[in-house]
Design a protein around this ligand. Structure first.
Ligand code: NAP
Length: 267
């Protein structure tokens, strides 16, 4: 019997994770099955329990359950604790280990796929939801010279920044006159093709604009190019890299992400 894994969310039918993990399994010769699992909005914990009872070995967790996954974990990794959100569950005996691979996925995509060096650069992180929370600690570990968090609801940015030394929080209009080497859009604005109210001139020469939303040329990416960003990238590479880290946590084998990312880009 192959070991069973799942991605649990609501909705979940659109998820590319089953396709990605199937490719990883073939590539590394791992005998696993990985399925999408729709949990009722008020039934996440019960869905996890039923999956465990049926022999499930681990799961990815997506919207809107990452905080609940954190709450049901009996042990948290440092990066999951910092994020207060879990996207990877590892079932081991009676223990539920919770981890968060989103930040790893972002940092790896920036460094390995996009050739962007974070050390010493000024970063603007737009958004203060679950995705933003997951990436602050891994970004800081790369030693940027500054990390500023801006959000529509400024209080949420303040709460998030308050958990980390040296991180500043503000609203979008407060950014006037500032410049950044890397601007990361961790908001869901791109899903409705909405741009961010960023002041003109914040993209420094050679800067990279990165939208975590993937599979489309978002309003933020177009806005960034028009305002002088040297490059704009979507979050498809992050998606594949965070999946590879989850796969590694479960199977102890690191898949080669490049062919999987190329195949996804080719559609
Ligand atoms: P979330 O917890 O619901 O947070 C949404 C964030 O977007 C909040 O900061 C919210 O601001 C902001 N926002 C929403 N609409 C906005 C608008 N029109 N203008 C300005 N700000 C707006 O969602 P999340 O879990 O953080 O996810 C955010 C995005 O990241 C999603 O699109 C998700 O698909 C993507 N993501 C991608 C990956 C990947 O692997 N590529 C991984 C994780 C997440 P307020 O606080 O003011 O409401």
């Amino acid at each position: 019997m192959p070991d069973r894994y799942a991605v649990i969310g609501n909705p979940v039918a659109h998820s590319k994770s089953p396709w990605i993990h199937a490719r990883f399994a073939v590539q590394t010769g791992q005998d696993i099955v990985y399925q999408p699992l729709l949990a009722p909005k008020d039934g996440f914990a019960a869905t996890v329990e039923a999956f465990r009872a049926a022999g499930g070995r681990g799961a990815n967790v997506t919207l809107p359950f990452k905080e609940e996954a954190c709450a049901i974990s009996t042990r948290l990794s440092e990066r999951a604790r910092a994020a207060q959100a879990v996207n990877t569950l590892i079932f081991s005996g009676s223990e539920i280990r919770g981890d968060n691979t989103d930040g790893y996925g972002l940092v790896r995509d920036l460094a390995a796929n996009l050739g962007f060096a974070i050390a010493g650069c000024r970063i603007l992180l737009a958004g203060a939801g679950g995705a933003a929370r997951g990436v602050v600690l891994p970004l800081l570990a790369e030693r940027p010279s500054a990390l500023v968090i801006a959000n529509r609801t400024v209080d949420k940015a303040r709460v998030l920044a308050g958990g980390f030394a040296g991180v500043r929080a503000c609203g979008y209009s407060d950014l006037a006159g500032e410049g950044f080497d890397l601007v990361i859009n961790a908001t869901s604005a791109g899903l409705s093709d909405a741009a961010l109210p960023l002041p003109r001139g914040i993209f420094l020469a050679g800067s990279l604009a990165y939208d975590m939303v993937y599979g489309r040329d978002t309003a933020f990416m177009r806005q960034a190019r028009a305002d002088g960003a040297a490059r704009a990238a979507d979050g498809l590479g992050m998606l594949v890299e965070q999946a590879a880290e989850s796969f590694f946590l479960w199977r102890g084998v690191r898949p080669d992400t490049a062919p999987v990312l190329s195949a996804l880009r080719a559609g």
